[in-house]
Design a protein around this ligand. Structure first.
Ligand code: NAI
Length: 267
């Protein structure tokens, strides 16, 4: 299905994980993709090659989303194409402190670091790229689409740390404010994944602990599955496609039902 043919898309933090999966799926659907990364050019080039293998044009841009300068670099890349139809603010970081009652596990710098990428980053990216998103609207007559990768953590208050949870809650409320503020030219939505099997958790624990984490996720999730990047990306791309043309300000939970909790009632 090449329903995104002719569209220009930029995905932040798309050298790895969920961002890479969304970039490749955008390419498979015909979009030209700008892959952003901050650290590993090898991973980003690999992601861009996968986009090209899917038949799309792809460019790699190194930029830190938490700075206005980095966002200006991304805007420059999109500006060379004269428009931006799809912006996915996916780059994110955390600090792992899973005991939310241990207040000594985090300090102010942890909050500021996480907020700089997870909250200020999407805002700065949008600030830099708004004219190009508006240009796409003016050229196509179709609202351009911004998608923020948030987290179920920001909805239910369980996640890798209190700083991370608070940042994704802030991203969700920012999504609502910007959806209202930027209509009718730009739609703004969030996807709120539950657990995703990416390096996120793999880097934070040894293999045995990771396997136990996956089993715990499967046991606590109503659908009894642990999601991978493709499971989230398939649902997320609904929010940047024409199928969601009348959807803005939506916080889409893609968490295998984890927000529901398991019923305490006996069947
Ligand atoms: P990941 O670590 O593979 O992806 C994050 C990407 O963001 C990396 O490529 C990283 O280099 C990039 N990044 C970090 N800081 C950046 C900066 N300042 N500028 C540009 N890029 C930067 O992990 P994953 O899991 O794919 O995470 C993607 C998104 O999904 C994040 O926003 C995360 O909060 C969110 N998420 C992840 C969950 C999980 O269980 N792994 C669950 C719910 C949400």
């Amino acid at each position: 299905m090449k329903d995104l043919e002719g569209r220009i898309a930029l995905v932040t933090g798309s050298g790895t994980g969920l961002g890479r999966s969304m970039a490749v799926k955008l390419a498979e659907r015909g979009a030209e993709v700008i892959v952003n990364y901050s650290r590993s050019s090898a991973e980003a080039e690999e992601a861009a090659d996968l986009c090209r293998a899917a038949g799309a044009q792809a460019e790699v841009v190194k930029a830190d989303v938490s700075t206005a300068e980095g966002c200006a670099l991304m805007a420059e890349a999109a500006g060379r194409r004269g428009r931006l139809d799809i912006l996915i603010n996916n780059a994110g970081i955390t600090r792992h402190a899973r005991d939310h009652g241990n207040l000594d596990a985090l300090n102010k710098d942890d909050f500021m670091d996480v907020y700089a990428v997870n909250v200020a980053g999407p805002f700065l990216a949008l600030q830099a790229m708004k004219p190009l998103l508006v240009a796409a609207y003016e050229q196509s007559g179709r609202a351009s689409a911004v998608l923020n990768t948030s987290s179920i953590a920001g909805v239910i208050g369980i996640g890798s740390s209190v700083a991370y949870i608070a940042s994704k809650g802030a991203l969700n409320s920012m999504t609502l404010a910007l959806a209202r503020g930027l209509a009718p030219q730009i739609r703004v939505n969030s996807v709120c994944p539950g657990f995703i099997g990416t390096r996120w958790f793999k880097d934070a624990m040894d293999e045995e602990a990771y396997e136990k984490q996956v089993s715990a996720v499967e046991a606590s999730t109503p659908l009894e599955v642990a999601s991978g990047p493709d499971d989230i990306a398939d649902a997320a791309l609904f929010l940047v496609s024409d199928a969601s043309r009348h959807v803005t300000g939506e916080l889409l939970k893609v968490d295998a039902g984890v927000h529901l909790g398991k019923s305490p009632l006996r069947k």
